[in-house]
Design a protein around this ligand. Structure first.
Ligand code: ZN
Ligand code: ZN
Length: 318
């Protein structure tokens, strides 16, 4: 399996503003020496030495992931604003001439997970086909409602691609060719579902929008089959530990609880996800470094866990 992140931000799209860009330019210039900027090649070499949070950004688009199976089947997880750019890329493929097919899985229908739906260009090309899966039995109505005329000028039925909705049983397994996909109900206002993908002995767990408060930790054994031995787990870490204490029942988790759960269930690689919209790139650097610090407090218990933080455009192979 391959996974590409097209949207990693939680709650609301978060574009960079001029002040932030100016600050990045200023930091870059402060770090440069005359020989770093003497020609184009040295400039490129210098830029490559800088931290991503200075020369780039974690990204402001909301949740959307591209999962490619070993047979190159396309599975899209969530339709946050990140799906718009994925759509533009897909237009260069069979989706551009109306012969594309993809599976879409929806975790839940909060805006940050469906708002890109009306802006996904392959939906407008006749002949493309999409199978859309969710455990919510009114999933089609929820998506249609986002595009009633008072909210968006084009109804779902005028998007010419074929869009078929499938309601899957809660906590059941489905197969997309050889990929087994298990869903798990998560604690979140209005509900949310995580997905565990398994193919060729490898497993990938995606769980955004989930809160693990004391009640949930008390019954953590019920999550065993979902998390255990995952090769990669993408986890909702919107809050810092302190915020998670102050925002009980807001529906999100922190990096420290993600690390505890990863350790508990022998997860090999953890990817911090669903970034708080009020956090800039430097703050997200700190979220990652604090997570590594927390892991270091008890390295024996946490084994060989690798921790990364999601950014737009990041690709991983599982
Ligand atoms: Zn969300
Ligand atoms: Zn949500």
């Amino acid at each position: 399996m391959k996974v590409k992140f097209w949207g990693v931000r939680g709650s609301i799209p978060t574009p960079l503003n001029s002040d932030v860009i100016r600050d990045k330019i200023k930091q870059t210039l402060q770090l440069a020496s005359p020989k770093d900027i003497s020609n184009e090649e040295s400039i490129d070499t210098f830029i490559d030495t800088l931290p991503m949070s200075i020369v780039g950004t974690y990204g402001g688009n909301t949740t959307s992931l591209e999962v490619r199976t070993s047979t190159d089947d396309l599975i899209i997880v969530d339709c946050g604003t990140g799906i718009k750019q994925l759509g533009h890329e897909l237009l260069k493929t069979e989706f551009g001439n109306g012969t594309g097919f993809a599976t879409i899985l929806l975790t839940h229908t909060h805006w940050d997970h469906i708002q890109g739906f009306p802006f996904f260009a392959p939906f407008y090309i006749k002949g493309n086909r999409f199978n859309i899966y969710s455990p919510y039995n009114d999933i089609k109505e929820r998506i249609e409602y986002q595009q009633v005329y008072t909210h968006f000028p084009i109804n779902l039925e005028y998007m010419l691609a074929q869009k078929e909705f499938f309601i899957i049983d809660k906590e059941s397994e489905i197969y997309i060719n050889d990929v087994k996909i298990k869903n798990k109900s998560m604690r979140h206002p209005g509900g949310s579902f995580g997905f565990r993908f398994e193919e060729n002995g490898k497993s990938f767990v995606f769980t955004s929008d989930c809160e693990f408060n004391i009640d949930e930790i008390d019954k953590i054994d019920t999550y065993k089959n979902f998390f255990e031995n995952a090769d990669v787990c993408v986890f909702d870490t919107q809050y810092t530990f302190e915020e998670s204490i102050n925002k009980i029942d807001w529906g999100h988790s922190s990096a420290s609880i993600a690390i505890d759960i990863a350790s508990m269930f022998n997860i090999k690689r953890l990817i911090l996800f669903h970034h708080e919209p009020d956090y800039n790139d430097q703050k997200l650097d700190t979220v990652l470094s604090n997570a590594k610090l927390y892991m270091g407090i008890n390295p024996d218990r946490r084994g060989n866990l690798t921790i990364n933080i999601a950014r737009e455009g990041m690709e991983i192979e599982i």
